[in-house]
Design a protein around this ligand. Structure first.
Ligand code: AMO
Length: 468
């Protein structure tokens, strides 16, 4: 991966990664660097500081005579995680001793300081360790997320989350999709009325958006053809599980002249692009996670690029599979997590579950009455994408015929009047269309081997937590 173009700032001439990567050319040149003091060693006439910024680490060496005595003493007494700025010259670090036959590590560079400024002193003690690999409870970590994020493997998770969005965007733009933003203050529920967060909107009632569903469809009806959105969604669900939050980021697409199979194709190609780009460009981030996992005696993670196409296990076949495993389930029932475990035994990676019963799907999904083989005309064009037992995505072809759409609303005890702003979009010609919504945090869990969705969300919102 090409190094980012980090221009000098008012505080530093170089990032710490630049000191290491350009070290040979920088030898004996003056640089100014900044960072968190991760460790401070040395008494008397010398001092070593392990400095860390968001790009890497670098040792700073201070010596009596090179800096004034007061500065030397203040750095020797600096608390861990304080921030400081150093000016000095770049030198090659003495190579570490390696046992015979061991590979010789690449050279490292240090800065021999001529001046130092403390930028912000850290209080002691730290609520959690940053540079060590000690296990800390998730709640303590989330309470102190600003410090938790400084830990290398946690930082790597959020870098990888950003990569998922970057490569996902890149892929969709290559397939002709345009990025949109839909309103988050809404008047009608797209995903059922029971899990809405109400809010006061001047003199009337409004809600926080559960999904961009109705608006991404309106954008396609408006002729934008292929759209995507990455934005927050709010669900007032009382779940307390490892995979549910009350605010999450939904990665949505909507596409004209397409059915469920077409958008499943977009999804699997996008995930393939994300996984292969990360395997090719970002293995350093995976290594950061693995070095922590090794220290914790946990299995290392690997970016296994999935093969295309992903398996498809139609809903009806999934029900048969679950029944064959001795579970009590009928056609028309939901596939719950313990049922998904059975499917995951056959398909541990990504797999689609297409063709759900219409009764299980929202009103906007296409009711495929022509498909009568097993279901007596009850099938929809809705699908899920699972990874193992966990749902990553729901999607489907949408109902584009105004009269059927109104009937779907009535069938689900919803009032078409409440959705007139949406139905109106279909009244003057509507393309058949399809789309999906993907949970970004859940996909990041899969990529980073995290077992709780809170690991992959900067500041998670659940029933018990809305700070920090
Ligand atoms: P759905 O409600 O299934 O579908 O949501 C889509 C995906 O979003 C993620 N997700 C969640 N992640 C964390 N916490 C939650 N509480 C939560 N709820 C959902 C899941 C899920 O698969 N409008 C449709 C999508 C579409 O048809 O285009 C929708 O919102 O990964």
């Amino acid at each position: 991966m090409a190094e980012a173009n980090l221009h000098p700032t008012s505080f530093r001439s170089h990032s710490l990664a630049q000191i290491q990567s350009q070290g040979e050319e920088l030898i004996e040149q003056e640089v100014t660097i900044c960072g968190f003091a991760q460790a401070i060693r040395g008494k008397g006439k010398i001092c070593f500081v392990d400095l860390r910024d968001g790009t890497g680490t670098c040792q700073v060496f201070l010596k009596q005579g090179m800096v004034d005595d007061e500065t030397l003493a203040s750095i020797q007494n600096l608390s861990r995680e304080s921030t400081a700025q150093f000016t000095g010259t770049v030198a090659k670090k003495r190579p570490p001793k390696v046992a015979e036959g061991e590979p010789i590590p690449p050279p490292e560079y240090e800065v021999v300081a001529t001046s130092a400024t403390i930028l912000a002193q850290a209080e002691t003690p730290l609520p959690l360790g940053v540079a060590d690999d000690v296990h800390v409870e998730l709640d303590t970590r989330l309470d102190n997320r600003f410090l938790d994020l400084r830990r290398k493997h946690v930082n790597a998770i959020f870098n990888l989350r950003g990569k998922i969005l970057q490569y996902g965007r890149e892929h969709l733009i290559n397939e002709g999709f345009k990025e949109i933003n839909s309103p988050k203050i809404i008047a009608a529920a797209a995903e059922g009325g029971t899990n809405l967060f109400p809010m006061k909107y001047f003199e009337r009632d409004a809600y926080l958006s559960q999904s961009p569903q109705l608006y991404k469809q309106l954008a396609v009806l408006g002729g934008l053809e292929r759209v995507f959105e990455i934005g927050p969604a709010f669900r007032a669900e009382k779940h307390d599980t490892y995979r549910h939050l009350n605010e999450f980021v939904s990665f949505d697409i909507e596409m004209a002249w397409a059915n469920d199979e077409d958008v499943m194709g977009v999804q699997e190609r996008m995930i393939h692009h994300i996984w292969s780009s990360i395997a090719n460009n970002d293995s350093n981030l995976i290594d950061d996670i693995n070095s922590f996992r090794r220290a914790q005696d946990q299995e290392e993670i690997e970016v296994e690029i999935p093969t295309l196409p992903f398996p498809r296990v139609e809903y009806s076949d999934a029900i048969e599979m679950i029944k064959a495993a001795g579970q009590d389930i009928e056609w028309g029932d939901d596939i719950e997590a313990h049922h998904a475990d059975i499917i995951a035994e056959h398909h541990p990676g990504f797999h689609f579950i297409p063709r759900w019963p219409m009764s299980m799907k929202p009103f906007y999904i296409y009711h495929d009455k022509s498909e009568t083989s097993q279901s007596g005309g009850q099938l929809s064009r809705g699908f899920d994408l699972n990874y193992g037992r966990d749902e990553m995505t729901s999607g489907g072809q949408r109902e584009h015929r105004t009269e059927v759409l109104k009937q779907n609303l009535l069938d689900m005890d919803l009032n078409p009047e409440d959705f007139s702003f949406y139905i109106d979009g279909f009244r003057f010609g509507a393309p058949p269309h399809a789309g999906w919504g993907l949970g970004v945090a859940r996909l990041t869990m899969v990529l980073t081997g995290s077992r709780n969705v809170r690991e992959t969300v900067l500041f998670p919102r659940d029933r018990r937590r809305c700070t920090p």
